[in-house]
Design a protein around this ligand. Structure first.
Ligand code: NAD
Ligand code: ZN
Length: 282
């Protein structure tokens, strides 16, 4: 049954189905748009075509990595300044009160943890970490940022550059070509943000953590995702196949998986989730 509505009976049905059930939450970029981080396929962003770097280009060529890090050097400043919004805060409250068991997120912004969520599985990793492709050493993105700026001081002065999703930015080609890219402190190997790129799959260990959390759920609450990417879609399909309630709160219908949704609510997560807290806590 789809309750595609914004009326009181639709909302009450959602509260009823979530009340008393152990909830696992699946989030996507739409959970962070109200923090000022653009999504890929939302009402505002769908029309703007983007071409994020793919894993093959990044791994194959130094040029690909130079392009990535030049753009990320600019994008990071804005990305790192973003703070949790009422949607993240509401999910953290619901975990503290025992309504939510944990969050499986497709986001790479760590905003769930910054809001106080404790059990978070990051399907696509986190931009705040950097990994060496040779020795696997994990270091902090902020430490790398300091190094990037030291090597490329003219980049520290760049202003008014348009922020793209996931810490990317539109940097003119002319500035990319002479960008100096640092390598691993330990072994000199190439560095990669510790995130899953387009064309990569979720690491097995992370998927196992997500499946373990999902396995404890009695209801799946899906927030702000187009479900275009299989990493998130897989949980919605699994829940539907197992007859689990799937409550989705999203601006507009998702691109895939809508047939798996049992209850749908079309509203910004920063409004719907605080309201859910109010209603579940009475
Ligand atoms: N914040 C981030 O970390 C971030 C941002 C952009 C992209 N990404 C990456 O790109 C992929 C994008 O896929 P996706 O499905 O997560 O996002 P998406 O961009 O494909 O879809 C976002 C969905 O959220 C909806 N939405 C937008 N604002 C909303 C709001 N305030 N409340 C409720 N719904 C809202 C949109 O209408 C859309 O359906 C992810 O896998 C992620 O790794 C991450
Ligand atoms: Zn290394």
């Amino acid at each position: 049954m789809h309750l595609v509505s914004s009326n009181a009976s639709g909302w009450n049905a959602i509260v009823d189905v979530l009340r008393g059930r152990k909830i696992v939450v699946l989030t996507g970029a739409g959970c962070s748009t109200e923090s000022g981080i653009p999504d890929y396929r939302g009402p505002e962003t769908k029309r703007r075509a983007r071409n994020p770097i793919k894993i093959g280009e990044f791994l194959r060529s130094e040029e690909g990595r130079r392009k990535y890090w030049a753009r990320a050097a600019v994008g990071w400043r804005k990305f790192d300044s973003k703070r949790p919004n009422p949607a993240h805060e509401a999910l953290a409250v619901l975990e503290k009160t025992g309504h939510v068991l944990g969050v499986i997120t497709q986001n790479v912004d760590r905003l769930h943890q910054y809001a106080g969520s404790r059990r978070v599985v990051e399907l696509h990793g986190a931009l705040s970490e950097v990994r060496c492709l040779e020795c696997g050493d994990i270091t902090s993105r902020n430490a790398l940022q300091a190094k990037l700026m030291k090597l490329n001081p003219h980049f520290a002065r760049l202003r008014d550059i348009q922020m793209a999703p996931d810490g990317d930015a539109e940097v003119p080609e002319s500035l990319v070509s002479d960008f100096d890219v640092p390598s691993c402190n330990r072994c000199g190997g190439p560095l990669k943000p510790n995130v899953v790129f387009f064309g990569e799959s979720v690491p097995r260990r992370v998927l196992d953590d997500a499946l373990e959390l999902y396995g404890e759920a009695e209801a799946l609450l899906v927030i702000g995702t187009s479900l275009a990417v299989f990493s998130g879609l897989r949980f919605v399909r699994k829940a539907a196949a197992e007859g689990m309630p799937v409550v989705m709160m999203n601006l507009g219908h998702p691109e895939r998986g809508f047939d798996c949704v049992t209850h749908f609510w079309d509203q910004a997560a920063g409004e719907s989730l605080p309201r859910l807290v109010d209603d579940l806590l009475v």
